[in-house]
Design a binder for this molecule. Structure first.
Ligand SMILES: Nc1ncnc2c1ncn2[C@@H]1O[C@H](COP(=O)(O)OP(=O)(O)OP(=O)(O)O)[C@@H](O)[C@H]1O
Ligand SMILES: [Mg+2]
Length: 317
């Protein structure tokens, strides 16, 4: 094992000696989380070279997960007899994250363009529908069964208008209108606002020396709303949401693939149902939802807002 292999696996050469390979080189499939057949075994079976088949995660000794590219090749003596296997692997986590980011951003732009056009017209039409509904309601007797039907139509149209509004925000090409604010105040205000009167409480863990941030307050509080509503929906029996805020100085070789600079990291944690591993890569996609009445736009909107603020958004579950 060379130095890089030692640091990626977390095992030193002397410690690794005599142990079984899967203990040291513990690989799982990124999508399913299931252990993967070790490439060394394939090489031994086939006698040939093997390359990367799945997106593979190497779990190091301390549990750190890294995306790796790997290959294995047979080592033979002069007579062609199989002596062993050479395993070559490198950490491609950062590269993968950047590629995913790029793909996601371009997907969002494409959908945004389409959605923006539709949502705009849709909004105007809904205004006409809502106006007429309320006029008709005025001329119908309160006890008339039609009155309730009209009310239902009104509620549905209002929901459609909210949706169109959300689409518009999501699609808006223009950059955020930023000003310098204290994140602490914004966090407390907008999160408590959402949770007021619900069975979900919130605990704040905010560093007192938090750097001031330059943000579009309206947009960032929309992100907070989306995240907190998701957290709330994940805990139908109620519970507590933890909100952490701390300074995050990003340097070179940043694990989150952010350009170097001073950032503030906010994390919002719930203790609800969690997200299955196979959904983790999809939750920021527009229209991905597992909820009966969800639009699947909450997180994609949030993601594009955070991108426009030169930040990034990640998920753990
Ligand atoms: N805190 C969470 N706990 C569990 N699952 C979550 C959580 N946040 C998001 N998800 C999953 O991600 C999906 C996408 O979330 P997103 O907020 O984009 O859409 P939505 O909540 O389904 O609909 P919308 O926010 O538009 O009403 C959800 O349907 C859910 O499956
Ligand atoms: Mg949501």
């Amino acid at each position: 094992m060379n130095k890089v292999a030692e640091s990626l696996t977390g095992w030193t050469q002397p410690e690794a000696g005599g142990r079984r390979l899967h203990e040291i080189f513990h690989m799982i499939d990124e999508k399913t989380g299931r252990p993967l057949q070790n490439p060394a075994v394939n090489v031994l079976q086939t006698g040939g070279t093997v390359g990367l088949a799945h997106r593979t995660i190497l779990v190091s000794r301390d549990g750190t997960e890294r995306i790796i590219a790997h290959s294995g090749a047979p080592i033979r003596d002069q007579g062609g007899h199989l002596l062993g296997v050479a395993l070559v692997f490198r950490d491609v986590t950062q590269q993968q994250k950047m590629e995913e980011d790029l793909l996601r951003t371009s997907k969002l732009e494409a959908v945004g363009l389409l959605a923006g056009g539709i949502a705009h017209d849709f909004n105007n039409l809904l205004t006409a529908i809502l106006g007429n509904l309320s006029l008709v309601k005025m001329s119908v007797n309160l006890n008339d069964p039609l009155y309730r039907r009209l009310g239902d139509a009104e509620i549905a149209s209002l929901r459609a208008r909210d949706l169109a509004q959300q689409l518009l925000t999501f699609a808006k090409g223009g950059g955020p209108i930023k000003k310098t604010v204290s994140m602490e105040a914004l966090l407390k205000e907008s999160i408590q606002f959402v949770l007021r009167g619900s069975n979900v409480g919130v605990e704040f863990f905010i560093s007192h020396d938090l750097w001031p941030v330059e943000i579009d307050e309206g947009q960032i509080s929309q992100v907070l709303h989306n995240l907190v509503i998701n957290a709330q929906q994940a805990m139908p029996q109620g519970g507590v949401i933890e909100v952490h805020a701390e300074n995050y100085p990003a340097g070179e070789r940043e694990p989150l693939a952010l350009p170097p600079g001073r950032y503030v990291r906010i994390s919002i944690r719930d203790f609800g149902i969690g997200i299955p591993k196979e959904h983790l890569s999809k939750i920021f996609d527009p229209y991905f939802t597992t909820k009966q009445k969800g639009s699947g736009l909450g997180l994609s909107t949030s993601y594009s807002i955070i991108k426009k603020h030169d930040g990034t958004m990640t998920v753990d579950s």
